[in-house]
Design a protein around this ligand. Sequence first.
Ligand code: XMP
Length: 180
Amino acid sequence: MSAPGRRQIDVVFSADEIARRVEEIAADIARREGRELFVIVVLKGSFVFAADLIRALDRAGVEARVDFITLSSYGKESASSGEVRLARDVSDDVRGRSVMIVDDILDTGRTLRFARDLMIDRGAATVRTCVLLDKPSNRVVDIAADHVGFTVGNQFVVGYGLDLGHLYRGLSYIGVLRQP
Ligand code: XMP
């Protein structure tokens, strides 16, 4: 039974599809990026993806040190605005480390570029990026992620950590909200 006011959702990527893809991404990271990584999870939307990814990385033989950064952009709930702000920093030094930035979705590209440039400026040895979803049609800045789960069209997706007004993060799948 759905909660009152909860909108209907069409599945875009099922829980099984996501689980398979996460294993593939982890295997690819293990092959291409070495066995010791400093994984920086961009909060909040990527916490579910990151939780699965770091365990898949462990199975793939990667030793991951994990830290979190909170970045926020101003603007409407479902649209990315121009300005990215560092709301909560990592607690460890990245200097000399092989950093892997993990984000939920690469949309305009501003958030990932901000995070990547910050880690480069701080002297990380290498900075790679991994996103579960890529929405290339909406890109504003020139950036591509090194590891991508799925490509999506220009639609607002929810679930598996992704939210609309902090709702829907707990869905085990990724979907689009039906028009009310
Ligand atoms: P940029 O535009 O900086 O944005 O690449 C990345 C952040 O914007 C949010 N975002 C979405 N969140 N469904 C969501 O729940 C979407 O379709 C979507 N598109 C962008 C998200 O927080 C992401 O980290």
